[in-house]
Design a protein around this ligand. Structure first.
Ligand code: F6P
Length: 370
């Protein structure tokens, strides 16, 4: 058995669909390893206020289907201070919680790191393992964070609906999506929903250029006879110009280009806002949360601390048959004959991946029955 007998779990910062799947998996795996699990409500605020409840298999059994987080979440500014973290460490020690799993984004992981700093907390510093969870996909050293896939699907579904009405009326829609300073959701959802233009902060364009690119996209949709088409523009919230301002400057420029009396282009704005953060997690987010939660507990039991469990595609490919493409770091160029040979191995259950899948399922047999 691990030297950590009781673990705490909290979710912190903006909620993300799939957090519940991570809580459930971490709870069930920890129980299967003989640990006691304490859920801490409302993130670091709840930790400071002593909001602790024991989690059992029964508590968490069906939560994986639900959006949000059963543990609730807050953004706790007070946790940026040393006295608050001292209180939190004392709270954990009082309840004999020696390991903490923190599920959240940048700020939450930074909080976990400070909390576990031996230079600050001495022997009271708990072990911590972080799980990346933020719809923004703005966390380093992980390919995906919990919540991103569901948010992307929500945006694509909304854009499909908006495109129906946009096409029916030959209108231009500017759809604003969340993502804070990161354009990942806008970019990926833009590709998946066939947007005519995607505006994202990483492009670093000043407002005038943003307006001009929108003008170009809209005018480009007119056919040779001058008929107005529909245009879908997806704009990340982090782009420097406010969305309503973009609309009015776009309208003014279209009046200028076409003549105010002849300009028939109607523009509309939809801000998806917090809709993007809610809803039932996609199958991928349930799986991602569960797999990260599983590894978090097993790693903590094996003595790890001050780590984040990251999600990366398996990248141990032999150099003579595979190389990372220059165009997209997720995409590799692999030899076709080698691919087919490895597929044979996979189907025969002889490849490292097939063996890993089999042993992972073996390990989980005990957990499923909780
Ligand atoms: O980080 C997640 C996120 O949803 C961002 O996309 C957005 O900018 C922010 O949180 C909104 O925060 P709040 O819910 O506190 O308004």
């Amino acid at each position: 058995m691990s030297c950590v007998k009781t673990i705490g779990i909290l979710t912190s910062g903006g909620d993300a669909p799939g957090m519940n799947a991570a809580v459930r998996a971490a709870t069930m795996v920890a129980i299967s390893q003989g640990m006691k699990v304490v859920g801490i409500s409302r993130g670091y605020r709840g930790l400071l206020e002593g909001q602790f409840t024991e989690l059992t298999g029964a508590n968490v059994h069906t939560i994986f289907r639900d959006g949000g987080t059963m543990l609730h979440s807050t953004r706790c500014l007070e946790f940026h201070t040393v006295p608050a973290r001292d209180r939190a460490r004392a709270m954990l020690r009082e309840r004999e919680i020696h390991g903490l799993i923190v599920i959240g984004g940048n700020g939450s992981l930074a909080g976990a790191l400070a909390l576990s700093d031996p230079a600050e907390g001495g022997e009271l510093a708990p072990r911590v393992i972080g799980l990346p969870a933020s719809i923004d996909n703005d966390i380093g050293l992980t390919g995906m964070s919990i919540g991103v896939d569901t948010a992307m699907n929500t945006i694509v579904e909304a854009c499909d609906k908006i495109s129906d009405t946009a096409c029916a009326h030959d209108r231009t829609f500017i759809v604003e999506v969340m993502g804070r300073d990161c354009g990942y959701l806008a970019m990926t959802a833009g590709i998946a929903s066939g947007a005519d233009l995607v505006l994202f902060p990483e492009a670093g364009r000043p407002p005038e250029e943003v307006v001009e690119s929108a003008v170009k996209a809209v005018l480009g949709k007119r056919d040779p006879a001058g008929h107005v088409g529909s245009t879908l523009i997806i704009k990340a919230e982090g782009v420097e110009i406010a969305t309503e301002e973009l609309k009015s400057r776009l309208d003014a420029r279209l009046d200028e280009e076409l003549g105010a009396e002849k300009n028939e282009i109607e523009t509309r704005v939809t801000v998806l806002g917090h809709v993007v953060r809610g809803g039932r997690p996609s199958a991928f987010d349930r799986l991602l949360g569960a797999r990260l939660g599983n590894v978090a507990v097993r790693a903590m039991a094996a003595g790890a601390t001050r780590k984040m469990v990251a999600w990366m595609p398996p990248v141990e490919l032999p150099e003579d048959v595979a190389r990372r493409s220059d165009f997209d770091p997720y995409c590799w160029l692999v030899d076709l004959p080698a691919t087919l040979a490895e597929t044979e191995n996979l189907l025969r259950g002889e490849s490292p991946l097939a063996r890993w899948r089999a042993s992972a399922l073996d390990n989980l047999e005990d957990v499923f029955s909780i």
